[in-house]
Ligand binder design. Structure first.
Ligand code: GLC
Length: 803
C-alpha cells in the first residue's frame, strides 16, 4: 500500500473520531476518560482526566471526600457539613497504571486508564468501587456515579423514605415535597438526606452525597443487578465516603461531619397534644384542663395556624387569642408548654410589619429580573424569605419575640419544602446562598434546613439560656443540629402506623434522632383499636405527638370512646416512667450520633432474619428495649428476637434469642422486650415534667449471662448549663460473673433529683446476701421474680455485691 493510500483513510478516521468524541461530549453521554495529570499535597490529590477532574481529600483515617466535576471551579460550600478536614495526610503511591492513597484504615485505588475509583479497607477487602465499564459519567449537566453492585449487597438509610428497610432494587429521589396523605410507597417526601450505607460480605461503608440539587439513587432497580447509581442534577458530584467497620461507627463519623443534636428540653420528651386547630383560647384551656382532671400526663399543647391573624406569621388572632400572655401563663401554671406553628410564606399586605420589613430590606426571593416571587399559601398571596441569607435568618430569628414574649417555647416549622399549595416554586427563583448565589434548583432542598436554623438560632437567643424546642417538616442533612422532624401528613391506618416505624428507623440511620409521626394518623379518624395500638408505639417513639387534621373527629385520649381513656392513662404513664431512660438515650445520641430508635440493622447487621419484611419494623429503643410493632387487628404476633436473651417487659417472661416466637399482643400490650443483662432506669409517674417524681430512681436490671454497662445521664433539662459541667453522669456496670453491680462515681456538678436508688433485680436467683460498699442490705421481694433493695443515691461510687 502506498503512503498516499495509507494517509487518506487515517485522516478520515481521525475526523470521524473527532466528530464522534465531540458529539458524545456535547450531546449526551461521556465519562471521565483517561488519566492526564496529578497534583498532590498530602491532604489532597487532584487528578485531571480527559473529560473531567477528580479531587480526593483526607478528612480522617475513615472519612475521605471525593469531588468530581468537569473543572473544579464551583464554590466548595455546604449547608450540611460542619467539620473541616483533619490534619492527617494520605500516603501516596503512583505507577503507570494507578495512583493509590492510603490512610490508616482505607486504601483508595485510582486506576488511570480509564479513571476509576476503588476503595478497600486496611485488610485489602473492597468496600465499594465504581462499576468498571462506566465509572462516573455525564448526561448533559447530570453527573452519575455508577458503582458495582455486590451479589449480597444491601442498602439502608436515605432518611425519610417509605419502602423497605433494605433499599435494594428500588430507586429514590431527593426533592422536598409536600404530599398530604402520601402513599406507603411515595417518593420523594418532605425530607432529603442523601446519605446511605451499603452492607456486603460482612463489610459496611457509607456514602453521603452532599449536593442539595435534585439527586437520585438507584440501588439496582433496573440494572439487572449489574450496578447501582447515584446522581446529581448538576455538579459537582461531591461525596464523602465512610469506611468504618460497623454501622454505629459510620453513624458516629457521619454525625461528626454533619453535626449532632444538642439536648432538647426535657419537656419535649413528654406526651404532646396537637390539633388543627384548637380555637379559640378557651378551647385550648379546656383541653389542657381535661388532661389534668383526667390525670393523663401531658407536657405540650400546640397552636396550629388559627392562632394567627389571617395566617400572618408573628401575629396573634385578635378575636380568638386576644391575650396570649395570659393564656400561656395559665397553661404554664398547669405544667404545659406551648408550641406554635410557623409557616414561611409572608402575606403580601402593605402595613403588615413582616411584609414591610421584608420589602424594605430585600429579604424575599426574586426572579432573575428582580421582581419578587409571589405564591399562594394559607394567608393568600405571599412572598418567601430567603433563608440562605444571613441577614434574613437574623431577622426571622429575632421576629420570634412576638411569640417568645408571651411565653411560647416550641416552634413548629411547616410548609417549608417550600410548598406553595403543594406546587414547586419555579426553578429560576434566585437565592443568596450565603454569598455564593444559587437558584431554586440548589436552594429548594436546603430551604427547610435554613428556616429551622434561623428559628433555632433566633429562639435560642430570645429564650435567654433556656432550650427551644424546634420541629420541622422539611429538612436536609444536618437538620439534627437544629430541629426535631415529624413525618408530615400521614393517614390513620395500620399501614401508616407500621410505615412510620420504618420511616423513624430510617431517619435514625441518617443522623436524626428526634423524630416521630403524627401519632394516630393526621388524616382520617383512627378506630379505637388503631389509636390505642399507635399510642402504645408512641410510648417508644422519640417524638410523641398526637395530631389531627381539620375535619377529622376529635382525637384527644378521652374523645375516642369507652376504654380508650383508661388505656391512654396506662400507656402515657409508662412513657413518663421511662423518661430517665429516654433522656439518657437522647444524651447518648448527642455524644455519638446513635439514634434513640435504632433499626436492628445497627446492632445485628449480619443477622439475615432482621431483614425479612415481616421483622423489618422492629427496633431497639435506647440500649436495652426491643420494640416489635404490630397492627391493631392482630392479637398474636410473630416476633424475631436477635441474639442474646430477651424478657417481655410486661410479663417478665424469658425468651432465648435468635429465634422467631409467637407472642400475645393484646391492644395495650405491644410486644416490647428487655435485653438480658439490660439496665433500665425509671421513675414514678408524673403528670408533666415540671412535677417532681418521687425521690427514688428505680434501677431495673434483668439477669443475664453477659456483662453490660449503661450510661445514666441527668441535668436540669431546661438550660445549657450542662455545657459548663452542670450534669450528672454515671456509668452503671453489671457483671453476672463477678456478681457485682457498680454505679460509678457521679461525673459533673449537677445534684441528681433522686436521693435514693431502688435496685429491682429481675429473674435473679434467690439472693442470700446483697452488700453495698461492704455493708449488708435488706432484700425485699418486690413481686414474683423481682427482688429489690433501696439505697441512698449519693454521688460516690456504689459497689453492690450479690450472692
Ligand atoms: C400542614 C401540616 C399539618 C398542619 C396543617 C395546618 O398540612 O403538615 O401538620 O396541621 O398544615 O397548619
Amino acid at each position: 500500500m502506498s503512503r498516499k493510500t495509507c494517509i487518506l483513510p487515517g485522516l478520515i478516521l481521525s475526523v470521524l473520531f473527532f466528530m464522534f468524541s465531540r458529539n458524545s461530549l456535547q450531546g449526551q453521554t461521556f465519562f471521565m476518560g483517561n488519566f492526564k495529570s496529578i497534583k498532590s499535597s498530602g491532604m489532597e490529590v487532584i487528578i485531571k482526566a480527559e473529560n473531567a477532574s477528580l479531587q480526593v481529600r483526607y478528612y480522617s483515617p475513615t472519612i475521605i471526600r471525593i469531588r468530581i466535576d468537569k473543572d473544579l471551579s464551583a464554590p466548595d460550600f455546604s449547608y450540611a457539613v460542619i467539620a473541616g478536614p483533619g490534619t492527617g495526610e494520605f500516603k501516596i503511591q503512583e505507577n503507570s497504571e494507578s495512583v493509590t492513597l492510603l490512610t490508616d484504615s482505607l486504601k483508595i485505588g485510582i486506576r488511570k486508564n480509564p479513571v476509576r475509583v476503588q476503595i478497600k479497607n486496611s485488610k485489602d477487602r473492597v468496600l465499594s468501587e465504581e462499576y468498571a465499564p462506566f465509572g462516573t459519567g455525564w448526561q448533559g449537566p447530570e453527573i452519575s456515579c455508577y458503582r458495582k453492585l455486590f451479589p449480597d449487597e444491601k442498602f439502608i438509610g436515605l432518611g425519610e423514605k417509605t419502602g423497605n428497610l433494605n433499599r435494594r432494587d428500588n430507586k429514590y429521589e431527593m426533592w422536598n415535597s409536600d404530599i398530604p396523605a402520601y402513599l406507603s410507597n411515595a417518593d420523594p417526601l418532605y425530607v432529603s438526606i442523601p446519605f446511605f450505607m451499603g452492607i456486603h460480605d460482612s463489610l459496611t461503608y457509607g456514602i453521603f452525597l452532599d449536593n442539595s440539587s435534585r439527586t437520585k439513587f438507584d440501588f439496582g432497580a433496573s440494572t439487572d443487578n449489574l450496578f447501582t447509581r447515584f446522581s446529581v442534577s448538576e455538579g459537582p458530584l461531591n461525596y464523602y465516603f465512610f469506611g468504618t467497620s460497623t454501622i454505629a461507627g459510620i453513624l458516629a463519623d457521619y454525625t461528626w461531619l454533619t453535626g449532632r443534636m444538642s439536648l432538647p428540653p426535657y419537656w419535649s420528651l413528654g406526651y404532646q397534644q396537637c390539633r388543627w386547630s384548637y380555637y379559640p383560647d378557651a378551647e385550648v384551656l379546656a383541653v389542657a384542663k381535661q388532661f389534668r382532671a383526667r390525670r393523663i400526663p401531658c407536657d405540650v399543647i400546640y397552636l396550629d395556624i388559627d392562632y394567627m391573624d389571617s395566617y400572618k406569621i408573628f401575629t396573634w388572632n385578635p378575636k380568638g387569642f386576644a391575650n396570649p400572655r395570659a393564656l400561656i401563663s395559665e397553661l404554664n401554671g398547669m405544667g404545659f408548654h406551648v408550641a406554635t406553628i410557623v409557616d414561611p410564606g409572608i402575606k403580601v399586605e402593605p402595613g403588615y410589619f413582616a411584609y414591610d420589613d421584608g420589602l424594605k430590606n430585600d429579604y424575599f426571593v426574586k426572579y432573575p429580573d428582580g421582581s419578587r416571587y409571589t405564591g399562594s399559601v394559607w394567608p393568600g398571596r405571599c412572598h418567601f424569605p430567603d433563608f440562605t441569607k444571613e441577614a434574613v435568618r437574623q431577622w426571622w430569628g429575632s421576629s420570634f419575640k412576638y411569640l417568645v414574649d408571651p411565653g411560647v417555647e416550641g416552634f413548629w416549622n411547616d410548609m417549608n419544602e417550600p410548598s406553595a399549595w403543594g406546587q414547586d416554586i419555579p426553578d429560576i427563583v434566585q437565592f443568596d446562598f450565603d454569598g455564593h448565589g444559587a437558584s431554586m434548583k440548589q436552594a429548594h432542598n436546603v430551604y427547610g434546613l435554613n428556616m429551622s436554623r434561623a428559628t433555632f438560632e433566633g429562639t435560642k437567643k430570645l429564650l435567654n439560656g433556656k432550650r427551644p424546642f424546634v420541629l420541622t417538616r422539611a429538612a436536609y442533612a444536618g437538620i439534627q443540629r437544629y430541629s426535631a422532624v415529624w413525618t408530615g401528613d400521614n393517614v390513620a391506618s395500620d399501614e401508616h402506623m407500621l410505615l412510620s416505624a420504618r420511616m423513624v428507623n430510617s431517619m435514625g440511620l441518617s443522623g436524626l434522632s428526634f423524630v416521630g409521626p403524627d401519632m394516630g394518623g393526621f388524616i382520617e379518624t383512627p378506630t379505637k383499636e388503631l389509636f390505642v395500638r399507635w399510642l402504645s408505639m408512641g410510648v417508644y417513639t422519640p417524638f410523641f405527638r398526637n395530631h389531627a387534621a381539620r375535619g377529622t373527629n376529635r382525637k384527644e385520649p378521652w374523645s375516642l370512646g369507652e376504654g380508650v381513656e383508661e388505656s391512654s392513662v396506662k400507656l402515657i404513664s409508662q412513657r413518663y416512667r421511662l423518661l430517665p431512660y429516654i433522656y439518657s438515650a437522647f444524651y447518648t445520641s448527642t455524644q455519638c450520633g446513635l439514634p434513640v430508635a435504632r433499626s436492628l440493622a445497627i446492632n445485628y447487621t449480619n443477622d439475615e432474619k432482621i431483614w425479612w419484611w415481616k421483622y423489618q419494623e422492629e427496633y431497639l429503643f435506647g440500649d436495652n428495649l426491643l420494640v416489635a410493632p404490630v397492627s391493631c387487628t392482630q392479637n398474636l404476633a410473630r416476633v424475631y428476637l436477635p441474639e442474646g436473651g430477651w424478657y417481655r417487659l410486661s410479663s417478665g417472661e424469658f425468651y432465648q434469642g435468635q429465634q422467631e416466637v409467637n407472642v400475645e399482643a393484646p391492644l395495650e400490650d405491644l410486644p416490647v422486650f428487655v435485653r438480658a443483662s439490660g439496665i433500665i432506669p425509671m421513675q414514678s409517674v408524673i403528670q408533666n415534667t415540671s412535677e417532681k417524681p418521687s425521690d427514688t430512681l428505680d434501677l431495673h436490671i434483668y439477669a443475664g449471662k453477659n456483662s453490660n454497662s449503661y450510661v445514666y445521664y441527668e441535668d436540669d433539662g431546661q438550660t445549657y448549663n450542662y455545657e459548663q459541667g452542670l450534669y450528672c453522669k454515671r456509668l452503671i456496670q453489671y457483671s453476672p460473673s463477678g456478681k457485682t453491680i457498680v454505679i460509678g462515681k457521679a461525673e459533673g456538678a449537677f445534684a441528681s433529683k433522686f436521693t435514693k436508688v431502688r435496685f429491682l433485680l429481675h429473674s435473679f436467683p434467690a439472693l442470700s446476701s446483697l452488700k453495698a460498699n461492704g455493708s449488708s442490705l435488706s432484700i425485699q421481694k418486690f413481686k414474683h421474680d423481682v427482688q429489690s433493695a433501696v439505697l441512698p443515691f449519693t454521688a460516690d461510687e456504689l459497689n453492690i455485691h450479690f450472692e
